[in-house]
Write a protein that binds this ligand. Structure first.
Ligand code: RB5
Length: 149
């Protein structure tokens, strides 16, 4: 984990209020938050928002990304199509810690229709405050990345 503390946030229409709460929460912790919207509630397409956030992480402009949609699933699937992205959906704090510790996840996805605000913030904290363990897990992460060709 580097110390850049720059993080990109994105969502579809289903998760705008939760995304804004998360943005405030992590900004208060000193993160430089790059919130790329959307800002208006019209129905939109989660793949383009997942991709936009993923591109910033893949390019190294942001250390991490947090993305949200109704379930967290569709936007996660889109983000994981971008080379270099390892994104997991989290509905619990254990998984949020483990995707950092074992999988070196650089993005996390949340479902605004799945988790409440309090749990979502705990999940975000667990993700951002856990370091990658390396060692045998680095071998496995390399194997994941090798699948990208
Ligand atoms: C939008 O209705 C919904 O399909 C989307 O937010 C997400 O849950 C898709 O995975």
């Amino acid at each position: 984990m580097t110390d850049s503390k720059r993080i990109v946030l994105s969502s579809d229409h289903a998760a705008i209020p939760l995304r804004l709460v998360i943005a405030d929460h992590i900004a208060a912790q000193g993160w430089d938050v790059v919130d790329i919207g959307p800002t208006t509630p019209e129905s939109t397409h989660y793949p383009k928002h997942g991709e936009a956030a993923a591109r910033q992480v893949a390019a190294g402009d942001c250390q991490f990304g947090i993305i949200l949609c109704g379930t967290g699933q569709g936007i996660m699937m889109a983000a994981n199509k971008v080379k270099g992205i390892r994104c997991g959906v989290c509905v619990d704090t254990f998984s949020a810690r483990m995707i950092r510790q074992h999988n070196d996840a650089n993005m996390m996805s949340l479902g605004a229709r799945v988790v409440g605000e309090g749990l979502a913030l705990d999940i975000v904290d667990a993700f951002l405050n856990t370091r990658f363990e390396g060692g045998r897990h680095a071998t496995r992460v390399d194997m994941i990345d090798a699948l990208e060709g």
